[in-house]
Design a protein around this ligand. Structure first.
Ligand code: HEC
Length: 158
């Protein structure tokens, strides 16, 4: 009595069945990945947006603290002006870019009470700190009042 011959692999119905199921599972996983890609991209846009807004809010918060320490004594607690111009004014804010403001704050205005703030010019602040102050001052723009005498808010006008 001899043993029956082993069936060849392609004749093994159970193995065939299992292979087909694994293949189907692979196709399903692949389709899920393909379908999830646009979903991921759709979710990524707003997430980036929120991250940028959060970063801006953190900058403004830092800027507010630095403003109170370094700028309020001359430009007023709320930017209403004093010895220095009223920076919380449509006139100032609409007439200047962030880059220009950054440069003025960094280097100061020679021959006036406005000192240089950047450590590059012997001042106490880093570039990042100045960027934070600029972001804070810029945050006033929406709703800033019109102040025709903004350059010289304490002047008697003349
Ligand atoms: C010691 C007083 C003083 C301090 C402190 C001071 N400023 Fe000034 N700032 C002035 C004066 C005065 C001027 C006007 C100079 C001029 O005559 O052009 C001025 C001008 C400016 C201007 C230019 C306005 C324009 O003419 O377009 C900006 C911007 C400014 N200051 C920002 C700041 C910031 C930000 C800080 C804090 C980091 C600061 N200042 C701290 C006195 C000061």
């Amino acid at each position: 009595m001899s043993a029956p011959p082993r069936p060849a692999i392609h004749e093994d119905a159970a193995l065939q069945h299992s292979l087909v199921r694994w293949q189907a599972a692979g196709v399903v996983v692949f389709l899920i990945l393909v379908a999830s890609f646009p979903l991921y991209k759709a979710a990524e846009g707003p997430r980036r947006e929120r991250a940028l807004i959060a970063r801006d809010q953190a900058l403004v918060t830092t800027g507010r603290q630095l403003w109170r320490l370094d700028c309020a004594s001359c430009h007023g607690d709320n930017g209403q002006g004093g010895v220095g111009p009223a920076l919380r004014s449509q006139q100032f804010l609409t007439g200047i870019t962030d880059e220009q403001m950054h440069r003025i704050v960094s280097a100061g205005i020679t021959g006036t009470a406005m000192p240089a703030w950047s450590d590059e010019f012997g001042g106490p602040l880093t570039d990042d700190q100045i960027a934070a102050i600029v972001a804070y001052v810029r945050s006033w723009q929406k709703g800033a009042p019109s102040v025709p005498n903004w350059r010289n808010p304490q002047g008697s006008g003349g």
